[in-house]
Ligand binder design. Sequence first.
Ligand code: NDP
Ligand code: PYC
Length: 338
Amino acid sequence: MTGPMRLTEGELIRRIEAIFTGAGLCKTQAGALARVIAAGERDGCKSHGVYRIEGCLRTIKAGKVAADAMPELAPEDGAIVRVDAQGGFANSAFELGLPVLEESARRHGLAALVINDCVHFSALWPEVEAIADRGLAGIAMCPSYASVAPSGGQAPLLGTNPFAFGWPRPGRDPYVFDFATSVAARGEIELHRKAGKPLPEGWAIDRDGQPTTDPAAALEGAMLPFGGHKGSAISTMIELLAAAMIGDLTSPEALEALGTTTLAPRHGELILAFDPGRFASRAGGNPFPRAEALLDAIAGQGARLPSQRRYAARAEAQAQGIALSAEEVALMDRLARE
Ligand code: NDP
Ligand code: PYC
């Protein structure tokens, strides 16, 4: 039995990539997946870290993702950049589209990256952070599969529909938030179930529409949107913009096509990029000093900025290695052998 260990990010990426190539994923798919999962683990985002490897493998073994997909960039269409993921994971499609999105946003002031026909399981902050690292503001959103009851409803319909935003901060880590539009991500419910821990009140209802703190009953019933009718409306917006509008599946359609919530769903994603300097003509093309004043004022009240915890976890992981529990090491060893 191996104990807990610390790995560098490069070592963790190589281990995860080997698991995926061993399961039949091509290098393009496996590399992009390994990078995003290792980044999640490095930043202490457990709901989309190493624990997700098993779900991706189930999806591969079930034949629900194109293991050798090479994403394809569509011909230029104004400020709309389109990448067809060809049924592969979203992550390599994003990597292909990012430089084109950046170039288009600089040329037009704003641009959209539409990813179609992708299998999606990952966190969105790596994407908006990558956009902000290029000096642009970014918004990313996607549906998932029906698992959340609309506010006032009792049955799964909306997805957990993540929504992420990134803002560049010259000389500092970008301002980034990224959250499910459900009270918590489904991954959190699954982690509570695995740990045998009850859910906090207000996260979910059972199949009879009654409030529950039992993770298994929540997974059979429905999760709840954050902020009642407000989260429900934002989640609906995501279904409209990042599914219906881009000609891809909504969360109920994605669940119907897949037939289960135990595999990663197939749908689309919408990512927007803004060139802040181009919008800031009234500010002499430089919006950053006033943006910094606002963000500093928030932090000045003792409030923590979103991603502050993540950047702190990253700094620790970069100094000391990414900490993996004995269970996580055993999981990766087992998955590498299977
Ligand atoms: P969390 O509730 O854990 O965090 C949401 C955001 O709020 C983070 O940016 C976090 O920053 C920030 N935050 C948390 N607490 C505070 C605080 N006290 N003050 C200020 N900011 C705070 O996220 P969720 O559980 O809702 O989502 C987790 C992940 O799941 C996301 O990355 C999302 O993309 C992913 N997801 C993916 C889906 C998919 O279909 N692909 C579906 C649903 C979710 P920090 O990280 O620093 O704590
Ligand atoms: O954690 O809610 C979630 C989730 C759904 C699909 C991928 N992640």
